[in-house]
Design a protein around this ligand. Structure first.
Ligand code: IPM
Ligand code: MG
Length: 365
């Protein structure tokens, strides 16, 4: 029985709705296993800009440094502003990732058997798919400078910068090899070494680090070939490690194996340890989906699955994590569907009703 402190930031769009269901699942776990979760709520994104004048306040940043984990919804709206501006919602996410040194973004992709029909891919392709994408999260094009649009005499031009240091590549590679040790011991490292210098350094460093992991098999794959292999034969992947932007793109693609972007959780982890495990920020990968916000249509299962990751990685509560994951599996098997995972003509439930079903399952009623 433990006492844990968690910062909760629902953010924008559907973020607050799905996070509310995730919090209910967390409290259900607390009740079932006798743990106390002390929640510290904070504003982030547009919600924080409106009230506090910045996408994330210094107090909220300080709060994140103290807690055992951060449960995060989504930020942003329909606009595409400059993420370097404090009054752009996305700034909060980039600041959190960088300042909290959350360099490893772990995205498990495991289609549920009951949802194989929800994917546009064939059932036979999806059966027994179980991969873990490890996306580098604090380097590459997301953080390189310069990054700007320039006005010149002949019109505008734009520049973005991709940089990686050897140390940045080494730590993410090590992270991936360590995770592979507890799995099927196979790592696919994804790059674009036939074009990019960053990728050539990436390959060299991954090969060197691999020397310390003789029990793990490693293959390199170009990102274009990987995007094809991901849907041709997804079973061939165990751990996939890649740089920031490739990981962003490949995981949206991989989410289609599970039937919906609304099914994929993620854990952003770094080097900081807490009393119970590894500090992390946990968020569904789907984003704020402003078009369906406030309508009770959003699928809360990705957010609820992030609670599973939070329990496992940051709080060291493996049994509780397994309980949440089983609950999600069982409600889906029992036929509960939000619109994104429903087949044509199948009845759907609201965000809250899906949360109810998960909570009831966790509590065992
Ligand atoms: C993700 C998202 C973010 C990213 C956006 C919202 C900036 O797509 O976490 O995958 O690109 O990292
Ligand atoms: Mg993304």
């Amino acid at each position: 029985m433990g006492v844990f402190e968690i910062a909760v930031m629902g953010g924008d769009g559907i973020g607050p709705e799905v996070t509310a269901e995730a919090v209910r699942a967390l409290h259900a776990v607390g009740k079932r296993f006798g743990h106390t979760f002390t929640l510290r709520e904070a504003l982030v994104g547009q919600a924080a800009i409106d009230v506090e004048g910045a996408a994330i306040s210094e107090q909220t940043m300080a709060l994140c440094q103290q807690v055992d984990a951060v449960l995060f919804g989504a930020v942003g709206g329909t606009g595409v502003g400059d993420p370097n501006s404090k009054t752009e919602p996305m700034y909060s996410l980039f600041r959190l990732r960088k300042d909290l040194e959350l360099f490893a973004n772990v995205r498990p992709v495991r289609p549920l058997s009951a949802l194989l029909g929800a994917s546009t891919l064939k059932r036979a392709t999806l059966r027994n798919v179980d991969m873990l994408v490890v996306r580098e999260l604090t380097g590459g094009l997301y953080y390189g400078t310069p990054s700007e649009i320039r006005q010149g005499p002949d019109g505008a031009s734009a520049v973005d910068t991709m940089t990686y240091t050897e140390a940045e590549i080494e730590r993410i590679a090590r992270y991936a090899f360590e995770l592979a040790r507890d799995r099927r011991k196979h790592v696919t490292s994804v790059d674009k070494a036939n074009v990019l210098s960053c990728s050539r350094l990436w390959r060299r460093v991954v090969d060197r680090v691999h020397g310390d992991y003789p029990d793990i098999t490693l293959r390199h794959m170009l990102v274009d070939a990987c995007s094809m292999a991901l849907i041709r034969n997804p079973r061939e992947f165990d751990v996939v490690v890649t740089e920031n932007l490739f990981g962003d793109i490949l995981t949206d693609e991989a989410s289609m194996l599970t039937g919906s972007l609304g099914m994929l959780p993620s854990a952003s982890l770094g080097a900081r340890r807490t009393k119970h495990g590894q500090f992390g920020l946990f968020e569904p990968i789907h984003g704020s989906a402003p078009d369906i916000a406030g309508q009770g249509k959003a699928n809360p299962l990705a957010a609820i699955l992030t609670v599973g990751l939070l329990l496992r990685y940051s709080l060291g509560l493996k049994r509780a994590a397994a309980t949440v994951e089983r609950a999600v599996r069982q409600v889906v098997t029992a036929g509960y569907r939000t619109a994104d995972i429903a087949a044509a003509g199948e009845a759907t439930v609201s965000t809250h009703a899906m949360g109810d079903a998960v909570v009831a399952n966790i509590l065992g009623d």
